[in-house]
Write a protein that binds this ligand. Structure first.
Ligand SMILES: Cc1cc2nc3c(=O)[nH]c(=O)nc-3n(C[C@H](O)[C@H](O)[C@H](O)COP(=O)(O)OP(=O)(O)OC[C@H]3O[C@@H](n4cnc5c(N)ncnc54)[C@H](O)[C@@H]3O)c2cc1C
Length: 427
């Protein structure tokens, strides 16, 4: 085709007209893009609103169910099933169903049951807590218990763990156990939509696996990271279950860390990373520190991870943790009052007829009492189960961290209490 020859003026005019036309087209398309964008945003907001409304409704139902069907004191459960969870054979799951045949009340993922066990040869029932290790949406409770042998450097003749060995060696399918209602302040914020990082070390995976299973049961589309630290394949529990969840859900990222892999362990198959679960690892995998962190594991791991998360700038309210025993994480053990700093305080154990001088180094009133031969009941030792509730006849105490449920005035949870002045305890 022959194009007509144009003069300078015509060419300039054509360029101006073309430029204006391009601007008009661009203007229209940007309006169209903006309109489509805001439509998409509105649709996404509506979707998010619907999801949140759904979660809130579900929460309200669960809350109602929890209050209506929960129980006071002890309740009998039948062991429906026992399942060994790892190659080492030292972690066993116990599936519990109510002996009275009524439905199991819901709980918050991360909470635990407190058992009172009539162990032969023990003068008193043995009280121990075990985290619920499955989602609250099941028609059973599940606890997964590690058999505790004597500590590695313990002298010859040191007895193995009482309760864990009782569960492993003596309790069979069909047997009955007694437990108090689910409790504990370490649980998943199910209303939040923020990304969540679940961190389990050793048998400490139990509460975080309950959180994971619960998120999956809800069809949550939150970004979920699951870091699991163990020594090697032998200790690895629920391996196939975790891998299946990882494979089936694009929003779930499973990272298994072996600290001491042996020749049977295959990287990329059994585990992802060699070494400990650490904040360095999070930094290499997570886009930012803007997640809610839930951590449960052995004390050295908890100490390191919580400290490093704080240093990474994660706000304290996004770092949730639980220790399986005395609260070992440092920040919970700082003195809580002026009276606690460097002074001695008189503590009267009225029933035992003993008056003793307490100081900060003596720890909680429970630890202080035990060190001085005073018998007091205890369970979780972290203010969650209520077993150590003791009447406070005189004086004031403060808690080293927030109790699961604040006791009524005139009583205190001695496992997390320190005196702020002279106190008289009914113990
Ligand atoms: C909130 C919470 C949740 C928990 N969840 C779980 C869970 O999901 N799974 C789980 O397995 N555990 C869990 N635990 C831990 C559990 O409650 C028990 O502490 C654990 O099973 C050990 O109890 P035990 O009776 O077997 O051992 P204990 O009898 O309490 O003994 C503990 C250790 O001390 C040693 N020992 C005994 N006597 C002596 C002595 N004289 N000198 C030196 N050492 C001695 C024993 O050999 C053993 O190694 C949880 C704890 C808490 C607080």
């Amino acid at each position: 085709m022959n194009w007509p020859m144009l003069g300078i003026v015509e060419t300039a005019g054509l360029v101006i007209i073309l430029g204006a036309a391009v601007q008009v087209v661009m203007g229209f398309s940007s309006i169209a893009i903006r309109a489509a964008g805001s439509q998409r945003q509105a649709a996404a907001e509506l979707e998010s609103f619907k999801r949140r409304a759904g979660i809130l409704l579900e929460q309200a139902k669960v809350e109602r169910d929890r209050t209506e069907s929960s129980w006071n004191g002890k309740r009998k459960f039948r062991i429906d099933r026992r399942v060994i969870e790892n190659e080492a054979g030292d972690i066993c799951s116990f599936y519990l169903v109510p002996h009275d045949g009524r439905p199991v009340p819901s709980f918050r993922p991360g909470q635990f049951l407190t058992f009172e066990l009539p162990i032969p040869g023990e003068a008193q029932p043995v009280v121990r807590c075990y985290s619920l290790s499955d989602s609250p949406h099941e028609d059973y409770y599940r606890v997964s218990i590690k058999r505790q042998g004597p500590p590695p450097k313990a002298p010859e003749g040191t007895p193995p763990g009482l309760s864990s060995n009782y569960f492993h060696s003596q309790l069979k399918e069909g047997d009955i156990v007694e437990a108090m209602a689910p409790a504990g302040g370490f649980y998943l914020d199910e209303e939040s939509e923020r990304g969540v990082v679940l961190i389990g070390g050793g048998v400490g995976l139990t509460p975080v696996v309950s959180m994971l299973n619960s998120l999956i049961a809800h069809g949550s589309n939150r970004e979920i990271w699951f870091f699991y630290g163990i020594r090697n394949r032998e200790e690895h529990v629920m391996a196939e279950h975790l891998r299946e969840i990882d494979r089936a859900h694009a929003n779930v990222h499973l990272v298994v860390c072996y600290s001491r892999p042996d020749e049977n362990c295959v990287q990329g198959v059994d585990y992802n990373s060699e070494g400990f679960v650490s904040v360095e690892l999070f930094k290499s995998l997570l886009e930012s520190n803007n997640y809610e962190f839930y951590i449960c594991g052995p004390p050295p791991m908890m100490d390191m991870v919580t400290k490093d998360l704080e240093e990474w700038g994660v706000p304290e309210e996004h770092i949730n943790f639980e220790a399986f025993g005395p609260a070992t994480v440092k920040k919970t053990q700082e003195p809580v009052s002026d009276a606690a700093a460097g002074q001695t305080v008189e503590v009267v154990f009225a029933k035992s007829n003993k008056t003793l001088n307490w100081e900060t180094a003596a720890g909680t009133l429970l630890e202080f009492g035990e060190a001085n031969g005073i018998k007091m009941n205890s369970g979780c030792r972290s203010g969650g189960c209520g077993t150590c509730l003791t009447a406070l006849r005189e004086g004031e105490i403060e808690y080293i961290h927030r109790p699961g449920k604040k006791p009524e005035a005139g009583s205190c949870l001695v496992c997390i209490a320190q005196p702020t002045g002279r106190v008289v305890l009914d113990a």
